[in-house]
Design a protein around this ligand. Structure first.
Ligand SMILES: Nc1ncnc2c1ncn2[C@@H]1O[C@H](COP(=O)(O)OP(=O)(O)OP(=O)(O)O)[C@@H](O)[C@H]1O
Length: 298
């Protein structure tokens, strides 16, 4: 998937401006931004639901306007309009018959994995069940490209885990996944890269692994005897050092290497290291001036 200078104005209102982005085959790309940032606008442009004011986009090697490309995409819209008296299973079966390419038993298999009740009438589905039906129709034909707008909204944590497993399986099959969210935590365990969009502009594209390496980490070390604070002060990437007797607390920016090597001179009896807080770095993108973090060659 590739866009070049992709721009959409709704009258004078900016939806998306000058998006140049490439998403590689077989990668999971997290598309992040607060409400109104332009995520849905981007997705609608990729699906040719709306047409750009300027710029261009290709998906699966074809122009977005090529009608043949749509069948190779699985799409979960942000707001699903599922209504009526038809039962969810009949609706999904109808879609499967129209689209083709859905193997026998696939709908039931996905429903079981997501714990979806397909006997319910569409108009009576809860928000969570609606989302599950939306996911089933997006995944059922095992599309080469999955475009998922806020896929985890309304799902409980267990179902979210199952959904992430489905995303990983799609990646293993060589498929490409673009998923939007306004929360990094929803995508960080599965995405290879994230793009951050704000007020209609892409402000950063980051490798999740690189982001994790730069992330802030809070660490606690317990020794078998009191340690001198001086041994730990001024170490590269180590700050906020507090020593109380045989315990040390500090914050690490990025790699813990210098701290580990300094600690190795003493006897460490216990260590606590919190998960790196990616959210902390991520939020700085929102408070920075627009464009300051712009990376070329996304
Ligand atoms: N049909 C429309 N007519 C006019 N303005 C629109 C339209 N759709 C979106 N916009 C505007 O374009 C901007 C981007 O909206 P978009 O829906 O793409 O954001 P988003 O990142 O998907 O946010 P959300 O998470 O709230 O869906 C917003 O300022 C929005 O008000």
């Amino acid at each position: 998937m590739e866009t070049e200078g992709l721009t959409k104005f709704y009258g004078t209102r900016r939806g998306l401006e000058d998006l140049t982005l490439e998403i590689r085959q077989g990668e999971v790309f997290g598309y992040l931004g607060p409400n109104g940032a332009g995520k849905t606008t981007t997705i609608r442009l990729l699906l040719d639901v709306i047409r750009p004011t300027s710029g261009r986009a290709t998906v699966l090697g074809a122009d977005t306007r090529d009608p043949r490309v749509r069948a190779r995409i699985g799409y979960l819209p942000g707001e699903l309009a599922l209504e009526g008296r038809e039962r969810a299973r009949d609706y999904l079966q109808f879609l499967a018959d129209v689209r083709g390419g859905v193997s026998r038993g696939r709908i039931d298999e996905l429903a079981e994995r997501l714990d979806a009740d397909l006997s319910i009438r569409m108009g009576e589905l809860s928000k969570g069940n609606k989302q599950k039906v939306g996911l089933i129709q997006a995944f059922m034909h095992e599309p080469e490209l999955l475009i998922l707008d806020e896929p985890t909204s309304g799902l409980d944590p267990l179902v979210q885990q199952e959904f992430l497993a489905m995303v990983r399986e799609a990646r293993t099959a060589g498929h490409t996944i673009l998923m939007s969210s306004h929360v990094l935590a929803e995508v960080e365990h599965v995405a290879d890269r994230v793009g951050i969009v704000r007020a209609g502009r892409l402000v950063a594209v980051e490798d999740i692994a690189a982001l994790r390496e730069r992330a802030v980490r809070h660490v606690e070390l317990h020794f078998d005897a009191p340690v001198p604070k001086e041994s730990f002060e001024g170490l590269p990437g180590v700050r906020d050092v507090v020593v109380r007797g045989a315990s040390l607390r500090c914050t690490i920016d990025g790699r813990p290497d210098a701290l580990i090597k300094a600690a190795a001179r003493y006897t460490v009896v216990h260590m606590v290291s919190a998960e790196p807080d990616l959210e902390e770095i991520f939020l700085t993108y929102y408070s920075e001036e627009e464009g300051r973090h712009a990376h070329a060659g996304a």
